[in-house]
Design a protein around this ligand. Structure first.
Ligand SMILES: [Mn+2]
Length: 344
């Protein structure tokens, strides 16, 4: 696997790219590598897996590095987004994994294939698509496994380990009570586990704990690094000016209230939002707390609007969100610090 990646990375004409989403999570990285690897013999095209993380930021995801090391993959042999020519050659073809609308550098590339598990934005009408709803697959690695692995008994151990690790991380260890794991994920587990390093359930649990621990240990990161770790940009059409809202979402595993009271928290949020010309920045925290029988999953959202953002519409939008009470969403106010400028 590592030799394959080194060869692909050295390829001069990178015109066929398998691209994971811009958050660069394990699911995206594993799917991009696995897709390229699985198609090396069966396709005319030389697919190059792309990690949508600048090389310097690979260290922000220790769980990814942990899995790569386990699979014998040297991160130096991966191709990072900041190592591609800008703009891309006009002949560039792209396979999207773990998202279904091309972003950034890939926006105008020819998308030929999509494998995903997010709400389908129905972009790239010509592409061959295998897009599951989030409620039907907890991980893109599961979609890829159930659709592309024709002979799972012959699957390479490194491929099985990459995909199985991504499924474990995305579904919180395939836990039934958290509710992220779906039928597709269990089916993928059944295909991959026997070929992987964690054939029995106890070993898989232990591996998941190791990865979760690596993922949650963000204590050494600055606020800007925590925001960059799992970041996505969204554009929303609006009826009034500025017509297009630029919204950033930063997913974290750190409780927001305590974090918001740390020095320079809002100053760092503000600098982060302004550097990306954001109208609003959302921090989406999700983490487990001990429960009566099982750990419970807590989700928090902090909505920050810099002074230059959509301050007039922000309070109304936040109030509308806060008024949402369904069996899925039951928001209660957070005990977070207030910013001295901007709005949260
Ligand atoms: Mn995913």
């Amino acid at each position: 696997m590592d030799a394959f990646l080194a060869k692909r990375q050295a390829q001069a004409s990178r015109t066929h790219l398998v691209v994971g989403n811009e958050a660069g999570d394990l699911d995206s990285v594993a799917c991009a590598i696995a897709y390229a690897y699985l198609h090396q013999a069966s396709d005319d095209a030389q697919w190059v897996p792309i990690v949508q993380t600048p090389r310097a930021d690979l260290v922000l995801r220790p769980e990814n590095l942990r899995v790569l090391a386990h699979c014998g993959i040297d991160p130096a042999h991966l191709c990072c987004v900041d190592e591609l020519p800008q703009p891309l050659p006009a002949s560039t073809c792209v396979v999207l994994v773990d998202h279904n609308r091309a972003t950034g550098l890939f926006r105008d590339a020819k998308v030929v294939r999509i494998l995903d598990h997010h709400n389908d934005e129905c972009a790239h009408g010509d592409a061959q698509r295998t897009v599951y709803m989030p409620g039907d697959a907890g991980s893109c690695a599961s979609v890829l496994t159930t659709h592309l692995l024709e002979r799972p008994e012959a699957v390479d151990r490194a491929v099985a380990d990459l995909l199985y690790s991504a499924i474990l991380v995305d579904t919180l260890g395939l836990s039934a009570h958290v509710g992220k794991a779906q039928k597709c994920d269990y089916a993928a587990r059944d295909l991959l586990a026997p070929a992987s390093s964690w054939a029995d359930e106890a070993a898989a649990h232990a591996w998941h704990d190791t990865l979760q621990h690596a993922k949650n240990d963000v204590s050494h990161l600055t606020t800007s690094e925590k925001l960059r770790r799992d970041y996505k940009a969204i554009e929303c059409a609006a009826r009034n000016a500025p017509r297009t809202w630029h919204i950033g979402t930063a997913s974290t595993t750190e409780p927001v209230p305590a974090w918001s009271h740390t020095p320079r928290f809002y100053a760092d949020l503000d600098a982060f939002a302004r550097a990306r010309s954001l109208h609003a920045l959302l921090i989406l925290a999700s983490y487990e707390v001990p429960g009566d029988e099982h750990p419970a999953l807590v989700r928090e959202v902090l909505f920050y609007v810099p002074e230059t953002g959509i301050t007039s519409g922000a309070p109304a939008l936040a109030e509308a969100l806060a008024a949402t009470h369904t069996h899925h969403v039951d928001l209660v106010p957070l005990d977070a610090a207030a910013p001295s400028q901007g709005w949260a």
